[in-house]
Design a protein around this ligand. Structure first.
Ligand SMILES: [Zn+2]
Length: 546
């Protein structure tokens, strides 16, 4: 009899040694959230969570940080930080080298032309005007988390993608979801024959409301007295751009002259977010998202912050006001989800497709040795023609990948390596260029490991350029007013990644995480297969011990 306790003790020891905690891990109970909501805020820098924190309310960004889990050190794991590549990475857990989305546009050396990320001549526009470009997810090479959810439930799960930008809704919805995006010519949400034969009645009804015209009735004024915007530069500065009806880049921005005439102008106002979220709510209701036992997925991308950022820059009062308004919009949207789906019954993740650089002339004014750039590619074209007799040597410089004119070099029987080396040396001699290299030598380069990984992840074997160009931090071509993004540097690649709701252990980590970790984290939470090109890892700290 005395031996029994000793045996039990041994037994417990053995379990502990194997790292098992038999009382805290429950078997899978088949439960999943009713709805997954992906929120991609186009061009949202991670620091906006905190830069404008003092005037956020309790129901939006602050609610996500308080109730949710924030991966504070989430970086984009590839070099070309642009919208299409970002949406593709968030939803595929993969990178341009594998998922095929090299940028918003890229040069295809086999087709010998520039391709737009979601263009597809084999489909038709549904609901748009006759000259709208047809779009589909055909150029994506791998599945999305949305597709995997559909596969996991034998296609009972519903997936809807919504954005002003076509690429912001098509890439998240994957091959098997349904995507809607905004057409500036008409002010309507439209789609593609990839998904449907005609728009559903609820979309036609939404379009007939002409919500854009009612949003245009009031000017865009600041939410608070303008002199209280302490986080921003002066309102009237020469390095901010203007909308068509603006006399200057200043508040209030009159919108009423756009009524019935200019439906694109809504994009560059916070009311583009209002419009997108109104459409998302209409989709939830009409499609019954989150209403039955099969998990649905609503992928919302808010494109307006990107248009506003490009025009006014991250130091503008316009940007500060956009985020204060977006915070209120998100609070209302979460309250809507609480009511319609139920608190704790939905999982939200909030992230960005890329961040953004400071406006060069703003930095210059503040003492940084930065200035806007132009002309390097034109100059190289001239020099190569003079020296080698090859015309238009650079066919494309999209995403800082230089594609050379192979047809001309072949016809003229030129030594390609000699020309490539010449261009690389010419580029490297410029003070604002960090480096340039022959992409055939990418693996042998003496680069910091972080940089090398991102350029390797950004180099697609079929679509990558002959030469990679890397500017020094803070520099980019064009954009004398406003700003842009697209570099590997942290100002473009550090993004928010906050999860809230069903099954999320509240908390925070500053451990390095990646944009490619978002999809596998959602897959792990739902206990479904990760997407087909996924290279990310689940962020285990937020996973529930259920
Ligand atoms: Zn952009």
């Amino acid at each position: 009899m005395q031996k029994i306790p000793a045996l039990l003790g041994l037994c417990c020891l053995a379990l502990t040694a194997m790292g098992q905690a038999p009382t805290s891990v429950q078997p899978f109970n088949g439960k999943r959230p009713k709805l997954v909501v992906g929120l991609v805020i186009d061009q949202m820098r991670w620091d906006y969570l905190y830069r404008y924190h003092a005037r956020y309310g309790s129901g939006g960004f602050k609610r996500m940080l308080a109730e949710g889990f924030s991966a504070e050190n989430t970086m984009i794991p590839y070099a070309q930080t642009v919208t299409a590549a970002g949406h593709a990475c968030v939803y595929t857990g993969s990178v341009p080298a594998i998922n095929g989305i090299m940028g918003n546009d890229w040069y295809d050396p086999q087709l010998k032309k520039t391709v737009y990320c979601v263009e597809d001549d084999s489909v038709q526009v549904i609901g748009g005007t006759a000259n709208s470009e047809p779009m589909s997810p055909r150029n994506l090479w791998v599945s999305t988390i949305s597709d995997e959810l559909r596969l996991a439930t034998n296609f009972r799960s519903k997936v809807v993608g919504v954005a002003l930008k076509d690429r912001g809704s098509i890439l998240p919805a994957g091959y098997t979801g349904t995507a809607y995006w905004y057409e500036g010519k008409t002010g309507h949400f439209i789609s593609s024959s990839w998904y449907m034969k005609q728009l559903p009645a609820w979309v036609n009804q939404f379009n007939q409301r002409k919500l854009v015209d009612s949003l245009y009735q009031q000017p865009w004024k600041t939410l608070y007295p303008i002199n209280s915007y302490k986080q921003s530069d002066d309102d009237d500065v020469p390095y901010e751009g203007k909308s068509p009806a603006d006399k200057g880049p200043v508040f209030p921005h009159e919108l009423s002259s756009y009524i019935g005439r200019n439906y694109d102008a809504i994009r560059t106002t916070p009311f583009g977010n209002t419009l997108t979220l109104a459409f998302a709510k209409a989709a939830m209701q009409a499609e019954g998202l989150g209403k039955d036992e099969d998990t649905d997925l609503l992928a919302v991308s808010l494109s307006s912050p990107d248009y506003i950022g490009h025009q006014y820059g991250p130091n503008s009062i316009e940007m500060e006001d956009n985020y204060l308004r977006l915070d209120q919009e998100l609070a209302a949207f979460f309250a809507h989800l609480d009511k319609e789906v139920g608190k704790g019954q939905y999982l939200v993740f909030l992230t960005a497709d890329h961040a953004v650089a400071h406006t060069p002339l703003y930095l210059a004014k503040k003492g940084f040795p930065i200035s806007p750039l132009s002309g390097d590619v034109t100059e190289i074209n001239k020099k190569v023609f003079q020296r080698f007799g090859v015309p238009n040597i650079i066919r494309s410089s999209a995403n800082y990948h230089l594609h050379l004119n192979h047809t001309a070099m072949d016809t003229l029987r030129k030594n390609k390596k000699e020309i490539i080396d010449y261009i690389v040396q010419e580029l490297k001699s410029k003070p604002h260029i960090y480096s340039a290299w022959d992409n055939a030598e990418l693996q042998q380069l003496n680069l910091p490991a972080v940089m090398k990984e991102r350029f390797v992840n950004g180099f697609n074997p079929k679509l990558g350029g002959d030469i990679q160009l890397v500017l020094k931090a803070g520099f980019f071509y064009g954009w004398v007013t406003g700003t842009t993004h697209g570099a590997w540097y942290p100002y473009d690649s550090h993004i928010p990644a906050v999860f809230m709701g069903w099954g999320v252990q509240p908390g925070r980590t500053n451990r390095p995480t990646s944009m490619a970790d978002i999809a596998p984290t959602v897959a792990a939470m739902l206990r479904i297969q990760m997407p087909s090109g996924c290279i990310g890892q689940p962020i285990t700290e937020l996973l529930p011990m259920r």
